[in-house]
Design a protein around this ligand. Structure first.
Ligand code: G3I
Length: 317
């Protein structure tokens, strides 16, 4: 039985994978990705980001994003939108534009409402705001925060809600897998948005993790988010290792995948899990962390690794 079918049978909404446009010419890759018993959800790894969708002010391009959205529709898969507002992959016309606060507010509104509106009815959930925090729980001092303070978060969420009232609106970040300053800061933000009546439906826990070095209390941390009345998703799971691959590392990786999946499985509000691509062939890890890789459950030959069995075990099968 496929991972998505298994996840559904255990009460989750989906098990999914990120993907990206260049990989879609690989037919062996696409045939596994498109099997909706394995993957019931996909996330575009790059093609809905700001640099891809509004490369110059007011000029929107949805060609690549539409390819992923259409693939999900054809396969009967849920789609997660990723993302509206992020400091990275942000065109320089935004980051270096020296806009005053009213102008930047309007730029954020236009971007979020146009992108979310374009995909209205096609997206289960949107990462409306991505990575707003530093690891110590302070706000990241990007162009949005520096110009608008935290107000840009509500602006983006309200624009997204108006553009697609049925999409679940998320804030997504990394290093919030376990308890700590950054998770606490996210909880404080969620509470404050709810107190102000700003639409917020979910917290995305990215989960770019390291073999043998998982944070403790992942489940307790998911429960703490759920207690705020939001849903939770594991949005970008991968668990990297220092190369070369050894049997011992693969065995530890299997355990670590099981730990993360079971933490989500054990909390009703944790609706689904997305791996940040399913195969080492297309993982972002080696190009970012020199000497590291093998982070995905399928190897570079599209063969299942022990991690796959760890996922199955994590769902309690
Ligand atoms: O588009 C250019 C292309 O024109 C150029 O020829 C090529 C040469 O390097 O680069 C292309 O841009 C790359 C882009 O992916 C699209 O392929 C960038 O160099 C590369 O840095 C970028 O990496 C992406 C990364 O986000 C950027 O931060 C990864 O594919 C993507 O998987 C990764 O995803 C992020 C999530 O969005 C947020 N959370 C962390 C996660 C992992 O970093």
């Amino acid at each position: 039985v496929g991972l998505h079918t298994l996840a559904k049978s255990k009460g989750k909404l989906y098990f999914g994978s990120a993907t990206d446009n260049p990989e879609l010419s690989d037919t062996a890759y696409v045939s596994i990705l498109s099997d909706n018993t394995i993957f019931g959800q996909i996330t575009p790894g790059n093609s809905m980001k700001w640099d891809a969708t509004e490369p110059s002010r007011g000029t929107f391009t949805f060609t690549n994003g539409d390819v992923i959205a259409n693939l999900a529709a054809k396969n009967g898969q849920l789609l997660r939108g990723h993302n509206c507002v992020w400091h990275n992959q942000l065109p320089s016309w935004v980051s270096s534009g020296n806009f005053d606060a009213p102008t930047l507010t309007s730029i954020v509104q236009t971007h979020c409402s146009t992108v979310v509106g374009h995909y209205k009815g096609q997206v289960y959930s949107w990462d409306v705001v991505n990575e707003p925090f530093n690891d110590d729980g302070t706000y990241r001092t990007d162009v949005f925060y520096n110009t608008l303070g935290t107000a840009y978060i509500a602006t983006a969420l309200q624009a997204a809600r108006a553009a697609d009232p049925d999409a679940k609106l998320y804030i997504n970040d990394y290093n919030i897998e376990g308890p700590g300053a950054k998770s606490t800061a996210m909880q404080t933000l969620i509470k404050s948005l709810k107190d102000q009546g700003v639409p917020i439906d979910g917290v995305g826990i990215q989960a770019h993790l390291i073999v043998g070095a998982l944070p403790g209390n992942i489940q307790q941390n998911i429960e703490a988010f759920a207690a705020l009345g939001v849903e939770v998703a594991i949005t970008e799971l991968d668990i990297r290792m220092t190369l070369p691959v050894t049997d011992a590392l693969l065995a530890q990786q299997k355990k670590d995948y099981q730990t993360v999946i079971s933490a989500c499985q054990n909390v009703a509000a944790c609706v689904g899990i997305t791996i940040w691509d399913y195969t080492d062939k297309y993982s972002w890890v080696p190009s970012t962390f020199s000497g590291q890789g093998a982070a995905c459950p399928w190897d570079a030959n599209l063969l299942k690794k022990p991690a796959y069995d760890g996922i199955v075990a994590g769902f309690g099968a």
